[in-house]
Design a protein around this ligand. Structure first.
Ligand code: ADP
Ligand code: MG
Length: 240
């Protein structure tokens, strides 16, 4: 579903991604972890064309992301993205947040997008919050709205960039629970997170990235069975 081959990117003479290769098969949950500044956000943004890259290739569902002929708007409408800071539209109610792109990008009617939004709000446990504005919700609720908004586009895959790192501890699990359900339903997911409990329970593979380099890319069972590269151990010892 997602395939990166030798992806390289620099900002001037700073190499943010160095020859990164990995793949995510249909239905796989790949967790990406690594120190702050290692290139995780850059990598995941390259996947849906939010960041250009210099060389190598990224294919999503057979579409070459780096090909200038690729319609990036179309790609982004099919690959859901959830950010650390929710990025909801502050001036729109919860339900309007979930309806907007359905109407504008997919051309769905008000009625169809409304039904879809209600169904998704119910799914993320927020059926009673539809008329509120983002600022009236907790961080955990806002993030669940952001997930519902991404799902409303019927994405072929979902990308998450530290979806729980801006949340108070008691709200982390309500977001991880929604993500876990999504994984169980077979969604293909790439998740940047330091929630190693989630990784252990849900991930099929774990990728460790350090200084722009993919240092480890292993099945989850194997990753959590103990033997690591020194750089991975150094990182894990700080977060676990
Ligand atoms: P992570 O998500 O792992 O914390 P990022 O992908 O956000 O890392 O950033 C990786 C590195 O690239 C950091 O050192 C960051 O400072 C640098 N970087 C990110 N965006 C830019 C930019 N637009 N210009 C220059 N350097 C950048
Ligand atoms: Mg980041």
């Amino acid at each position: 579903m997602i395939e990166l081959n030798g992806v390289t990117k620099s900002y001037g003479d700073f190499d943010v991604l160095k020859n990164c290769s990995t793949k995510v098969d249909r239905g796989e949950i790949v967790v990406i972890c690594g120190p702050s500044g290692s290139g995780k956000s850059t990598l995941i943004k390259c996947v849906n064309g939010l960041e250009p890259f210099d060389s190598g290739s990224i294919k999503v569902h057979g579409i070459e992301v780096g090909d200038p002929k690729t319609d990036l708007t179309d790609l982004r409408s099919r690959v859901g993205m959830v950010f650390q800071n929710f990025e909801l539209f502050p001036h729109l109610s919860v339900i309007e947040n979930i309806k907007l792109a359905q109407k504008i990008v997919l051309g769905r009617s008000d009625n169809v997008s409304d039904n879809k939004a209600k169904q998704l709000l119910d799914r993320v446990g927020l059926a009673d919050q539809a008329r509120k504005y983002p600022s009236q919700l907790s961080g955990g609720q806002q993030q669940r709205v952001a997930i519902a908004r991404a799902l409303a586009m019927d994405p072929i895959a979902m990308l998450f960039d530290e979806p729980t790192s801006a949340l108070d501890p008691e709200m982390i699990s309500e977001v991880l629970d929604v993500m876990t359900d999504l994984a169980k339903e077979g969604m293909t997911m790439m998740v940047v997170t330091h929630e190693m409990g989630f990784a252990r329970r849900v991930a099929t593979r774990v990728v460790f990235i350090d200084q722009g380099e993919i240092v480890e890319d292993r099945p989850s069972d194997d990753f959590f069975s103990g033997h690591h590269n020194q750089r991975t151990d150094a990182f894990l010892s700080k977060i676990l």
